[in-house]
Design a protein around this ligand. Structure first.
Ligand code: IFM
Length: 708
């Protein structure tokens, strides 16, 4: 700590917490058992870095984690996982030799606020320490949206009723430099500054070990600011120098860092806020969802994508699933197209991994990884060790092949929403073609003259190694048809580029026509007579189990029934046929949509966080508003009420994307047709009004309901 005098400074930051209850989440008091959940829900992030909301001084259950998107490490013999950087938020305060530590009995006041509007985490804490001294602390944290490399923490400390010595240990926990196994260096540069009651800087620290000692008088306030700059060798050739330079400038301009971040978020909300009058819980849940989705996206880096839990926790090891392409992307397409572009470009950059996976399994084209990191290689763990120590094989990495059609679907939806020709020409078309090639080689023509896809897992992961999963086959069919359409569109609109692309991909002249023929002959399990899709061959013959009898369950159905029995039953984990009804809505008749929803909805156990929102969406579109509301609430409470019991591992980003889609495409009934956006609203009775802005092909639209 080097003492030095500077110009007088104000102790108050230029911002205060938002007070409007529709924009905040409040955690009052302290319940040790809730800590992991609070750490996830109140996490901050900016798509480059994210940090869990762990208590600065730590507690018995603290699990701090700061991660950088796309930075993975792997322990020997296991699949890669997001690297945890040093806990830069660590601060422990000692008053007259006694450490301030939260416990259920000793605090006078304790409140944490997640300020969604300004994307700031606030903490107000009054703590009684030995001798009855009361110290008041107020803390702010943010991950700057104006400069994604910056993280900031600011804490004021007031001696309410005593004079004495204070010591603050502001040493970040863990190494500030890490080298990943992919050879990426990650650097954190830290600067800490202590400002005294007169407004003058008492000192700054630039050393890894930061111990700040001072004497405080009754009623005085000190402020500690800490700025962290994070850079990797992927961002710059000199991450250390760049991080140091950046952090030195920032520590001299804390107020600017705060204001610029706040303004960047206000602009983000201009583009993405959705207003509902009459249902405060729905309003808050949708803002909470938009906050976490926006916190996870980075338009400036198209080599990374969003993991299942964003950067708010390390469950699923930070891996990327179809969650991003199907559940989250629509939010970005319409509210943050630059971020959407980065997400679809991630799929382009990982095409090599997808080609390699297809080849390894003896197929052509591109089979995307079910779980991927920065490289696009398949990183699904091949097995897990169950609660009884038994080794359970995980088949999703080999068999959940619908991911390739999901990626193609995302590419097409991004193109439709934005009209981004550059993307389609330079990247999108190649993905559509390579995924179609995969399906052409994967589907085998059999004796019945139809093409079949055997041995897969559909979205319903309770049933493994099934033949002709309706979702997989119908989406593959769509993929093949859209690739053929793209070939025609390309040849007509951009003939020179089409010739170049065809040459580069070695496309044979009759190939698009072959895709069309396979699509035509693909078996989808659709029965003209009943209008039902059979989820996979043999599904209709499985054991019927009445889910109503398990309505009070507190564990998922596969745990209650066991793996073997669930496989033999009709109980499904998450929407499968209902998922295809939603995605391929325009291709199905109203009758087909209805009969399939009515058949499969009562058989769904909602064993996945992806499930309730899609049921809400489809029920809303079908006009069953009461059922839609039930599912909407269930989806809204996945994190906010931890109703699946696993929010500790991070927020459920796909559930949040699904919730947003349920509101916009379900209740508000937005449909993005070829010509223009249309809507057919069926709002819940309590939603007195609904208002959303969105971008469609470069134009802003506003949807205000009910219409005047
Ligand atoms: O992608 C999902 C999958 O559909 C169900 N299991 C969890 C995955 C990650 O969210």
């Amino acid at each position: 700590m080097t003492a030095r005098q500077t110009l007088p400074r104000l102790l108050d930051l230029p911002v205060a917490p938002t007070t409007d209850p529709a924009w905040i989440l409040v955690e009052e008091g302290f319940t040790l058992a809730r800590e992991h959940e609070v750490e996830s829900l109140f996490a901050i992030g900016n798509g480059y870095a994210g940090s869990r909301a762990s208590l600065a001084e730590g507690c018995a259950l603290s699990a701090p984690a700061t991660c950088v998107a796309g930075v993975f490490v792997s322990a020997a013999g296991s699949v890669p996982e997001l690297a945890r950087l040093a806990d830069w938020t660590h601060l422990s305060v000692t008053v007259e030799g006694h450490a301030l530590q939260l416990d259920q009995n000793s605090y006078v006041e304790h409140r944490r606020i997640l300020d969604l509007r300004q994307a700031m985490l606030w903490r107000g804490w009054r703590q009684r320490s030995a001798g009855g001294r009361i110290t008041r602390l107020r803390e702010l944290r943010l991950a700057s949206l104006a400069d994604r490399h910056l993280l900031l923490q600011s804490m004021t400390l007031t001696a309410e009723d005593y004079s004495g010595s204070v010591s603050i240990d502001a040493t970040p926990m863990g190494p500030l430099t890490q080298l990943t196994d992919a050879g990426i260096t990650v650097i954190m540069a830290v600067r800490t500054r202590l400002t005294g009651p007169e407004g003058g800087a008492v000192g700054t620290a630039a050393l890894p070990i930061e111990q700040l000692n001072f004497d405080i008088n009754r009623g005085e306030t000190y402020r500690l600011d800490r700025v962290v700059a994070v850079y990797t060798s992927r961002d710059t050739r000199e991450p250390l120098r760049t991080a140091r330079r950046r952090v030195e400038r920032a520590v001299e301009n804390i107020e600017d860092v705060v204001v610029q971040h706040r303004d960047a978020w206000l602009a983000r909300w201009e583009a993405s806020d959705l207003r509902i009058d009459g249902d405060p819980a729905a309003q808050r849940a949708l803002r909470f969802a938009a906050y976490h989705l926006s916190s996870a996206a980075n338009p400036d880096d198209d080599r990374v994508s969003i993991g299942a839990r964003g950067l708010s926790g390390t469950a699923y090891k930070g891996h990327v699933f179809w969650d991003t392409d199907i559940f989250m992307l629509p939010f970005f397409n319409l509210t943050y197209p630059e971020a959407a572009r980065a997400l679809v470009m991630y799929r382009y950059h990982t095409l090599a991994g997808a080609r390699a996976k297809a080849a390894r399994l003896g197929h052509s084209g591109a089979l995307y990884a079910w779980e991927s990191t920065d490289s696009g290689e398949e990183v699904t763990p091949p097995f897990v060790v169950g609660p009884d120590g038994e080794v359970v094989r995980i088949l999703t990495g080999e068999q959940e092949q619908h991911i390739s059609a999901d990626v193609a679907f995302a590419v097409w939806k991004y193109w439709e929403a934005t009209g981004d020709e550059r993307f389609l020409i330079d990247a999108g078309a190649e993905i559509l073609i390579e995924t179609a090639r995969f399906w052409e080689s994967r589907a085998k023509r059999e004796g019945d003259g139809r093409c079949h896809i055997r041995g897969v897992v559909g979205p319903d992961e309770y049933h493994e190694t099934v033949d002709d999963n309706a979702y997989t086959n119908a989406m593959a069919q769509w993929n093949l048809e859209v690739a053929e359409l793209t070939a025609r569109l390309f040849a007509e609109r951009w003939p020179a580029q089409w010739r170049a692309l065809s040459r580069r991909l070695g496309l044979a002249s009759g190939e698009p026509q072959r895709w069309q023929r396979v699509a035509r002959d693909l078996y989808t399990g659709f029965d003209e007579r009943t209008g039902l899709f059979e989820q996979f061959q043999g599904y209709f013959g499985l054991e019927e189990i009445d889910l109503a009898a398990y309505a009070q369950r507190t564990a998922p159905m596969d745990v209650l029934l066991g793996r073997e029995r669930i496989q033999r039953s009709k109980i499904i984990k998450q929407p499968d046929v209902v998922m295809l009804v939603f995605l391929l809505w325009e291709r199905l008749s109203p009758q087909v949509r209805r009969v399939n929803f009515e058949y499969y909805e009562p058989r769904c156990g909602h064993g996945s966080s992806l499930s309730p929102a899609i049921h809400a969406l489809v029920a809303a579109r079908l006009g069953n508003t009461a059922l839609a509301e039930h599912y909407f609430r269930q989806a809204a409470e996945i994190d906010l009420a931890d109703n699946m019991g696993n929010a500790a591992g991070g927020i459920h980003a796909a559930g949040m994307g699904g919730l947003w889609q349920a509101a916009v495409f379900g209740f508000a009934g937005l449909r993005l047709t070829e010509k223009a956006p249309e809507h057919c609203a069926k709002l819940p009775p309590s939603w007195h009004s609904f208002c959303a802005r969105f971008q469609w092909r470069g134009q802003w639209h506003e949807l205000t309901l009910p219409e005047g």
